[in-house]
Design a protein around this ligand. Structure first.
Ligand SMILES: CC(C)(COP(=O)(O)OP(=O)(O)OC[C@H]1O[C@@H](n2cnc3c(N)ncnc32)[C@H](O)[C@@H]1OP(=O)(O)O)[C@@H](O)C(=O)NCCC(=O)NCCSC(=O)C[C@](C)(O)C(=O)O
Ligand SMILES: [Mg+2]
Length: 356
């Protein structure tokens, strides 16, 4: 454990000073593309300004004999494309125990370090993984003359990572956020779902049996079932760990691309619990994330009403039959601050909120 006073010192001579606050840029969707796939790569320039984050994926979903092509493809895309002010460029490097990750980091930081906002690290097991990446990034930033620190995002996809989530979130000032990796996490925990995120019809509670006139429960009768959220505990714990350390939690991927309705539900659950965004694996999921992770016009209008009714931020007032006080004022400020941040990037949202 580093001394608190050394926490914000660069970890290599010549590396930029670590950020004191995580840049709060809109990140409603982290859109994944495979830089070795020419069709996907060709779509990247048109997605600038459409997706908040474009992520060149080098890890799972890129086959072993395409790893180098993906890395080189990402370097080329980063050099050729102007990502403007509103779209960030991230990458997901290969796992720390893989034969590719050292070359991923060395090549990307020294060649395109000034264009990379965040490096996503998969299968993080504990703070020691973040410490390793932290030092290596500092050395490479110094070598490549990178001017601002590259941030780090961890994926929560092992039971050990889950058990260490608070320590991971606080492991370095580079920590930007954490995403849930439901597929690897399910496998590592030996859960019995084969889906990439989302619910499962078998994970449910069932209404009690009704009783007949004789008072005997009718076990065979019609009973409503309520499907439960397999991911509730994991997401809620991740949100707390992130909030405790001032970094951002994200829901991860939703693999059933065609089920846009359930995708929206899963994203919304995550939004309501505190997540700032989710991954989009296919272009169709970009608009879902945009819709879900932007507060609704009604919520913004209500939040403004509460703020205006309590100019000092305290006291207790009645609005539409409901008590509002210092705490609900703070809840409203969360909505308003998010709305303001998103509007600065998105003229359509700005208009919607202005008219709300
Ligand atoms: C699902 C797939 C195979 C369907 O791909 P498709 O080509 O069959 O779909 P389509 O509907 O026919 O595609 C229509 C058009 O969109 C394009 N397209 C399609 N997807 C994209 C994209 N992402 N970005 C940009 N363009 C895209 C596609 O190339 C095509 O272009 P065309 O009209 O010119 O023919 C494809 O969308 C895909 O490969 N997506 C990314 C998958 C990925 O990154 N997986 C890894 C993240 S999830 C994960 O790692 C788990 C985790 C966290 O680790 C853990 O839980 O453990
Ligand atoms: Mg994974």
């Amino acid at each position: 454990m580093r001394s608190a006073k050394d926490f914000f010192a660069p970890l290599a001579v010549g590396a930029p000073a670590p950020a004191r606050e995580v840049p709060a840029r809109p990140s409603r969707m982290i859109h994944f593309f495979d830089p070795s796939n020419p069709k996907m790569a060709a779509k990247v320039p048109d997605m600038v300004g459409v997706a908040d984050v474009l992520l060149g994926n080098l890890e799972d979903a890129v086959v072993a004999d395409k790893k180098e092509a993906a890395r080189e493809g990402l370097v080329q895309i980063a050099k050729d494309v102007d990502f403007g002010e509103h779209t960030q460029l991230w990458t997901r490097v290969n796992a720390l125990d893989s034969p590719w990750v050292l070359d991923d980091l060395t090549t990307l930081v020294t060649e395109i370090g000034d264009k990379l906002d965040v490096v996503m690290v998969p299968k993080v097991q504990g703070p020691e993984d973040i410490h390793y990446v932290d030092r290596l990034l500092a050395q490479l930033e110094a070598k490549g003359g990178v001017q601002r620190p590259i941030m780090v995002h961890a994926i929560l996809e092992t039971a050990r990572g889950m058990a260490n989530v608070e320590a991971i979130a606080g492991a370095s000032p580079r920590m930007q956020g954490i995403s849930l990796g439901p597929a690897d996490l399910a496998a590592d925990r030996r859960m019995k779902t084969t889906r990439v995120g989302g619910g499962h019809p078998g994970y449910l509670v069932r209404q009690d049996p009704t009783k007949g006139a004789d008072g005997i429960p009718d076990y065979q009768g019609q009973r409503t079932i309520f499907q439960q959220d397999l991911w509730h505990y994991t997401i809620a714990r991740m949100v707390d760990a992130c909030a405790m350390h001032g970094i951002f939690p994200f829901y991860g991927p939703f693999g059933d691309i065609k089920d846009v309705v359930a995708c929206e539900d899963q994203f919304r659950n995550a939004f309501l619990l505190g997540c700032v965004g989710a991954w989009s694996l296919h272009p169709v999921q970009i608009d879902i994330a945009k819709k879900v992770f932007s507060p609704s016009a009604e919520d913004v209008a209500h939040a403004r009403e509460v703020r205006d009714a309590m100019p000092s931020g305290g006291g207790a007032v009645m609005i539409d039959g409901k008590m509002e006080d210092d705490a609900s004022y703070k809840q409203c400020m969360v909505i308003l601050e998010l709305a303001e941040r998103l509007s600065a990037n998105d003229p359509e949202l700005a208009k919607l909120y202005a008219e709300a």
